[in-house]
Design a protein around this ligand. Sequence first.
Ligand SMILES: [Zn+2]
Length: 404
Amino acid sequence: MGAGEWKEWEFKALTDIWTGDANGKGNRFIPTGLMGSIRWWFEVLVRGLGGKACDPTDGRVRCPNHGKRPNEADHHCVVCELFGCTGWARKFRLMVLDENGRVIQNQIKAKQTFILRFIPLRFIREEEWCLLNATLNLISKCGAVGGRTVLKPSKEWGIEDLGKDDLGVHNNQVIVKNSRKGLKLRKNDIILKIDGEQVSSIDDIERILKEKRHGDPIEIEVKKSNGETEKIKSWAGKRHHIDFGLVKLEHSPEDINCSRGEAEKYVIDSQWRKGFDYKPFAWASLKYFWCVKGKYLARLNNNESTFNMVIGRPSEKEKSSDENSDKWIAGYKATGGQLPESKKVFSFKNTNGKALTFGFVNPKEKIDPENMKSRLKDAWGDEFNPDIDFLTVDQILGELFNHS
Ligand SMILES: [Zn+2]
């Protein structure tokens, strides 16, 4: 003992929560997926408060600083202090429990209650509890949780929500073995071409699709079971990679109190490692964050989506716009030597009535808040009042901390 009492936050899942494992299977619950996601939002918050947070997925910048010993200043950043890094263990154990106190083993489903129990393994400072509490509030108010697939492009490919297991090959022809309600690809359809390229094996399909993101438009030429050939406007990937992870915080510990000022003072303390400046993830900060509650961007039909209107994918966007800006917002997969880039706009709709759209701006890529507001206005029209609906750092931070 001596490390102190555990603290619990109770959530309700508003959508299924995807924490998929390395093989992209989402039916198991993987606590490290949730942990990675909480850490990612903690980093966003810390950067928004003026602190420095390393990116633990990037070997070039992640802590520790090997020139220092673990207890010396400048060994690790303020986020690693709580979440750990090589040579500095995480200060807590996270248990994810159902309302009866049992450890959750299977994927968390919409409407399910789940409890995050943080058990201190070493002493956790008041300010750390406070930042954690603010992070979990931020996720509930303006964010989403799930595996990092939501933030980094997924390796798992798909075709109109179907995957490898749904396809079969017979006589050099790829046949749809399983389909689902609402999809245009039907059972026993033969896939002839994708985007004009002939396919005769699953490998062919994988090669064409693995470079695409979930939701990218594609054209599939199929031979129907009646012998007719048809061109289908469809999408790459799987939509469950797009809409998941909305949660609502129902109960928080009552003994956590701190102001924004106290949190800011803590994250900029001189003991934390700060001597790294790595531009690729500088955008992942609450400073550049925005969110719109109650609205979502969606696929309107196979050719159009409000999502594409906002991220400006070249084929959909009529207006001339800056290509690099669009590329930055839309993100891209890793290609020869180039690291993958996350998309910067995320939108969620769920059947329980909560919708949310959030994202990041980057003035250096000519996407400032005004530019983003006008993109959203294009998509939502009069339903969207930028002055009221578009929340940014000060409004959001104001809700996360106590006033003092
Ligand atoms: Zn770090």
